[in-house]
Design a protein around this ligand. Sequence first.
Ligand code: SF4
Length: 64
Amino acid sequence: MKVELEADKCVASGQCVVAAEQVFDQDDDGIAVLLEERPAPEHLADVREAAAVCPAAAIRLVEQ
Ligand code: SF4
């Protein structure tokens, strides 16, 4: 699975970092940064949670 982050939609809530700190970080302005475009299998559940809780729908998961 591939993770896509639309940073221009991000409202800097930090929910994705709380849900999946291995995959997301925040820059100095609080905007999300994608650390792992193709997360390890053990992180996929956390990434799905991050996408579900993102208030801006800025995280997209592409199954491939
Ligand atoms: S949860 Fe969404 S809006 Fe919040 S920091 Fe992450 S990408 Fe940005």
